[in-house]
Design a protein around this ligand. Structure first.
Ligand code: HGY
Ligand code: MN
Ligand code: MN
Length: 413
């Protein structure tokens, strides 16, 4: 039994047109018209698959397959439909659409499951708009707080305000939470976004765990001044200080094989050609599969930043946007995925996820597993992101066989 490769591919390409940018890529930010449109299209696919469709209190789109025993704990699967700015066509949509395709194929073959299965498109996994991610999966986990809904976008609009404008009363966000014991397992199919599977010549991989992203903002304040009239020795140039700190970040992260640090956003104030920068703000995305290593790197980077600012007469402020611990995938689910690969005659390879995913938020609710599909050249968060129709279908087959096992009452995870 195999999924319908062409139907899955056509649905992926239909989504790829929603939020397409003239300069390339897809931008579908949470609570925007493009995101709403993408959910409407996917809700249609869910109905075609025979799923009961609803939206929960934080905007998660859910397609439910009741199974023979709907009172049993649900098996969750899915991913996200929001994107980064100018993102690719597969990061998120593959996990949602492959899950819909898997359930539709099971229904078409008359295969029933004991447990109910739900496909979830989680709200704002990327956090691109509000610089705070995984809002939907935090809502399901019951860990989301009202304070976190106050994160604001570049226009000063908070998540709560965006929810209300979208038609979701933010004061009811807690209703999205799932009770302990109500979820049996969560398994997500996602593109690898790296080169490991490609270098191993494999289409599909088993994820062992997810590195934990820590997002910080650094604000460095010096003295704005006239670019022509201020001698170099009298300056407190915030941008030169920031450059020294960013160099220290790279040096620190290179010390350890799994530590990665990225400065993705930087603002210079006042930003005039002939004005010495008085204030610079930049973000740091710091990750490691080992939380102690990540904490060590964070401490070393902040110490280096303090030393730079001390030496240059600058003022430093560091704020935390989000701090997510690394999360291991359940061994039992990894083995079920490996069995599914075996059933399909595909070799099994285990690998770490450097990227973060919604399953990290569900770690205290249920056992979590992930399946990776090969990424061409390891490219992601970029218009050139690509996974072939064959690899999408192979990974969806693995997901389908994994869901059948997980949703069997005889299987304990
Ligand atoms: O940032 C990440 O790791 C993921 O793409 N949200
Ligand atoms: Mn992503
Ligand atoms: Mn993703």
């Amino acid at each position: 039994m195999h999924v319908q490769k062409q139907r899955l591919w056509e649905r992926l390409m239909a989504l790829a047109d929603i939020g397409r940018q003239p300069e390339g890529g897809v931008t579908r930010l949470a609570f925007t018209p493009e995101w709403r449109r993408a959910k409407e299209v996917v809700a249609g696919f869910m109905r075609e698959a025979g799923l009961e469709v609803r939206e929960d209190a934080v905007g998660n789109l859910i397609g439910r397959w009741p199974g023979r025993r709907p009172e049993l704990p649900v098996v969750l699967t899915g991913s996200h439909l929001d994107s980064v700015f100018h993102g690719g066509n597969f990061d998120g949509p593959l996990g949602v659409l492959a899950a819909v395709e898997a359930l539709q194929t099971l229904r078409e073959h008359g295969v029933e499951t004991d447990h109910p299965v739900e496909v979830v498109s989680f709200t704002d996994e990327e956090g691109a708009r509000f610089r705070f991610g995984m809002t939907g999966s935090r809502g399901v986990a019951g860990t989301l707080t009202a304070e976190e809904l106050e994160h604001k976008d570049a226009n000063g609009v908070s998540i709560a305000e965006a929810m209300r404008a979208y038609g979701l009363p933010p004061e009811r966000f807690a209703e999205a939470a799932r009770a302990k014991g109500s979820v049996k397992a969560y398994v997500e199919l996602h593109i690898e976004q790296g080169r490991v599977l490609e270098q191993a010549g494999l289409a599909v991989g088993v994820v062992t765990g997810m590195a934990g992203p820590l997002w910080l903002t650094f604000t460095i304040e010096g003295e704005a001044g006239h670019a022509g009239a201020t001698p170099m020795g009298l300056r407190h140039d915030a941008l030169v200080g920031a450059a020294a700190v960013i160099q220290a970040i790279e040096t620190e992260c290179r010390r350890h094989p799994h530590t990665v640090g990225t400065v993705g956003q930087l603002q210079v104030h006042p930003g005039g050609v002939n004005i010495i920068p008085g204030r610079v703000t930049f973000t740091l995305d710091l990750r490691d599969v080992d939380e102690a290593e990540r904490d060590r790197a964070e401490a070393a980077i902040v110490d280096a930043a303090r030393a730079v600012c001390e030496e240059r007469g600058l003022r430093l402020t560091v704020e935390t946007l989000q701090r997510i611990p690394p999360v291991p995938c359940a061994e039992a689910i990894q083995e079920i995925i490996e069995d599914a690969l075996g059933q399909l005659g595909l070799p099994a390879m285990r690998l770490v996820s450097g990227a973060g995913h919604d399953g990290m938020q569900l770690r205290d609710l249920c056992p979590v597993g992930m399946i990776f599909a090969r990424s061409k050249d390891g490219i992601s968060h970029d218009p050139a992101e690509y996974t072939s129709p064959e690899d999408c279908a192979a990974a969806a087959d693995v997901l389908m066989h994994t869901l059948v096992r997980l949703a069997s009452a005889s299987v304990v995870v």
